[in-house]
Design a protein around this ligand. Structure first.
Ligand code: ZN
Length: 571
């Protein structure tokens, strides 16, 4: 038992450990926020993953419109095709072999070649109708069999042929008796061909001003779905040659369809619909708050966990789609702005102040005990690793810190019982201190196969039993020595043992931590250290497993958001 010297501990425990915080239900504002943009731009292939060519296969309809997205993200139509399998490629000498397009010839064997020199015929046209009328006869056959429509810097042209060099294009121009120019377009030019045959269908070159966009045609009022690299996507696609290089592929899509493509990859779509709805609001709000996160790459958000995982329509279910539709237009806001909707998998028992993990103090991202994860299996409960002092020395050195042998470790904890900082002291007396999210990750070691998965862990002396446990209150402090059992007594005299108390905190129903059962700020001198924790993520904002538990307990998505983003508005 505790050597008591504190006031009102029974009362403090009464109001805290036993009773779950009551949730105030906040009703959705009737004035839902407008979606901030008509189309959100999601990068699918970019940077080192940009490619020389990109295929599309229309899944629900047939054919495509060609054009570009203007400054208001509206699609401007320039031309069309009825082909369903097309390839966009940089205007380059391109070769098809082994079932794919390449930007160099095969070392042996045959290939279909599409050269990047063409015959651009006079005159220029000022509309799609005019150029089509000039290219086709009354039966719809081309006057020149290898001709195609090119849109170059605001004018339509009929181009013919493809050649791998200027010389061969020039001789073809004269031998074919055509009136025009042998040319190749700028380093921003993109050519569209039929995937199998290499027949050129369209060409687009507006320099740096605009990029080719392709909009799949839909049939019978259905929404078009298009295959791209194994995934089905709604919406249109844009192909940009940033700096004249390979194609950056961007999906232009409405906010609702985007969120439908995020939910199944950020949360298990078989989870309860209220948890999925909470995830839909956080994903939608995150996107709205981070438009232009990838501005230098030419789009809003990427399709990976760097922003939010998005893989189109493959894994959406009836329930995950419903979660999005039933929260359409609902955003989390604070002070009239989109909120920062951080979320993560599991917090292991307590959320954390944003400023204790990242840098900013955000009023609706405050740490508090999370009683809900206790109700679900998260897969990341109670992980524990033992490091020797020399393991820790090796880990720090491998991460680039030129420390001598580590002789002591001093952890500090937040009021919510999460790690705040870790100070390592080496044999020369030099301190190496890591705080906030760096404290969470500094002991993460893939070479040792030992991972700190969240901010929710403690570091104790691996010799066992010698570390003291302190109970801190604002006015009093007692030491529990080596005792490891604490009891809570409620107003009816019922005694309940508080087990696994390290890392536990006592928190009032208002979320105020009144006792922290942590060994905080005390140096540990040992040759062995035990890291014990729970959870997976950064602990700021919504716990997805907590949301699942709340939904299973009967709470609605607004309750979930209100618990994890207390003080933000839902509407
Ligand atoms: Zn990203």
């Amino acid at each position: 038992m505790i050597k008591a010297r504190i006031k009102n501990i029974a009362a403090a425990l009464l109001i805290s450990a036993i009773i779950l915080p009551l949730i105030s239900v906040r009703m959705a504002d009737s004035n839902a926020f407008e979606d901030p943009v008509s189309h959100i731009r999601i990068g699918l292939r970019w940077g080192s993953a940009a490619s020389a060519s990109a295929n599309l296969l229309n899944y629900t309809g047939s054919g495509y419109f060609f054009g570009y997205f203007d400054g208001d993200r509206e699609f401007i139509r320039l031309g069309e095709t009825d082909k369903t399998a097309i390839t966009m490629m940089k205007d380059w000498n391109m070769y098809r072999y082994s079932g794919a397009w390449h930007d160099s010839a095969p070392s042996s064997g045959s290939a279909i070649c599409v050269g990047c020199y063409h015959l651009r015929l006079e005159p220029a046209y000022d509309s799609a109708e005019a150029v089509e009328e000039a290219m086709y006869d009354a039966e719809g056959n081309k006057y020149i069999s290898d001709s195609f429509i090119a849109y170059h810097n605001g004018a339509w042209y009929i181009c013919a042929g493809n050649y791998t060099g200027l010389g061969s294009a020039e001789s073809a121009l004269s031998s074919r008796g055509l009136d025009g120019t042998a040319m190749t377009a700028s380093s921003r030019c993109v050519t569209v061909v039929e995937t199998e045959t290499g027949e050129i269908l369209f060409q687009f070159d507006c320099g740096e001003d605009y990029s080719l966009a392709v909009m799949p045609k839909a049939e019978n009022g259905e929404k078009a779905l298009t295959w791209f690299q194994g995934y089905k996507y709604y919406g249109g696609f844009q192909y940009t040659r940033l700096d004249g290089g390979d194609l950056t592929v961007v999906n232009f899509i409405g906010m609702s369809d985007y969120v439908k493509g995020v939910i199944p990859y950020e949360m298990n779509p078989s989870w309860p619909v209220e948890a999925l709805k909470a995830q839909a609001v956080t994903a939608r709000t995150y996107a709205a708050a981070h438009l232009n996160a990838h501005k230098k790459n030419g789009f809003d958000l990427c399709d990976d966990v760097c922003c939010q995982a998005y893989r189109g329509a493959n894994s959406a279910t009836e329930v995950s789609d419903r979660a999005v539709e039933e929260t359409d237009g609902v955003y989390l806001t604070y002070d009239g702005d989109y909120a920062n909707t951080f979320y993560y998998s599991s917090n292991g028992g307590a959320t954390e102040d944003c400023q204790n993990v990242f840098y900013e103090d955000i009023p609706y991202l405050k740490g508090k005990r999370d009683p809900y994860e206790d109700y679900v299996e998260t897969g990341y409960k109670n992980w524990s690793y033992t490091y020797t002092a020399s393991d820790i020395t090796n880990i720090l050195q491998a991460k680039g810190y030129a420390c001598a042998s580590i002789v002591s470790v001093t952890p500090t904890y937040t009021a919510s019982g999460n790690i705040y900082s870790i100070k390592f002291t080496d044999a020369n007396g030099v301190n190496w201190t890591f705080s906030k999210d760096r404290a969470g990750s500094i002991l993460y070691s893939s070479s040792y196969g030992k991972y700190t998965f969240s901010q929710h862990f403690t570091i104790t002396d691996g010799k066992g039993g010698t570390d003291e446990i302190f109970i801190n209150t604002s006015a009093d402090r007692i030491s529990a020595g080596n005792e490891r059992t604490l009891y809570a007594i409620n107003g009816y005299g019922v005694t309940d043992e508080l087990t696994g108390m390290e890392g536990r905190a006592v928190i009032t129903s208002a979320g105020v931590t009144v006792l922290s059962l942590m060994n905080s700020g005390q140096p540990i001198y040992s040759d062995k250290y035990v890291v014990t924790g729970s959870g997976w993520g950064h602990n700021v904002g919504m716990s997805q497993y907590g949301a699942k538990a709340m939904a299973e307990l009967g709470y609605g998505y607004e309750d979930i958001l209100d618990f994890y983003y207390t003080g933000a508005s839902i509407g």
